[in-house]
Design a protein around this ligand. Structure first.
Ligand code: COA
Length: 163
């Protein structure tokens, strides 16, 4: 089984590949492809330096999935972290999502400054919503036209986990 380990700078190219594959295939993220490698490297470097909760499922060669909870930047919102995750399609249904989510939540607890984790998910994304409920997230609201891919709008739901 792959390890679930903190995201490191050396993971950036494979993390980008994984993000790109999941974004393109699932259309469940707020993006339909990954940003440039330079932007992903900057994102990883910033979050590693800041010690934000960010983990990857790593088989020693490639990133198979990720999860992170990145605090919002404004001083009045820094106690809130935005959760995101994805697992390569061929690796789903084996508990990696659960392990990644648990690792991020434990790190957010340990970090101390994060008092809530927020997320937004497509309302038709049953596997993700079931996983989030198992991780302790609760439904907080619904957003019509929350996401738009290729000209098609999707309802999203907002979920939160108080630490
Ligand atoms: C949401 C997502 C990250 C879940 O990842 P995952 O690794 O498949 O998650 P898990 O394996 O922990 O759980 C998925 C299912 O497999 C089941 N499962 C877990 N381990 C299992 C095992 N060993 N044997 C059989 N089933 C298992 C879980 O019970 C769960 O079942 P459910 O869908 O009926 O609730 C993944 O579906 C994904 O990447 N989707 C596309 C991107 C996405 O939606 N991201 C979230 C955007 S907000």
């Amino acid at each position: 089984m792959p390890d679930v380990i903190p995201l490191r700078l050396e993971h950036a190219p494979s993390f980008r590949d994984c993000l790109d594959a999941v974004a393109r295939e699932s259309l469940m993220l707020g993006q339909s492809g990954a940003p440039s490698l330079e932007r992903v490297q900057a994102f990883v470097a910033d979050n590693v330096a800041a010690g934000h909760p960010a983990f990857v499922a790593w088989d020693g060669h490639q990133v198979l999935g990720w999860a992170d909870a990145i605090p919002l930047w404004a001083d009045g919102l820094r106690h809130r972290a935005q959760f995101g995750m994805g697992v390569r399609r061929e690796w789903r249904g084996r508990g990696l999502g659960q392990r990644l989510g648990e690792a991020v939540i434990a790190a957010a607890h340990a970090q101390g400054d994060i008092t809530r984790i927020d997320l937004e998910v497509r309302a038709d994304n049953g596997p993700a919503i079931r996983l989030y409920e198992r991780l302790g997230f609760v439904l907080e609201g619904r957003r019509a036209k929350g996401l738009c891919h290729r000209g098609v709008f999707f309802e999203t739901v907002e979920m939160g986990l108080l630490l």
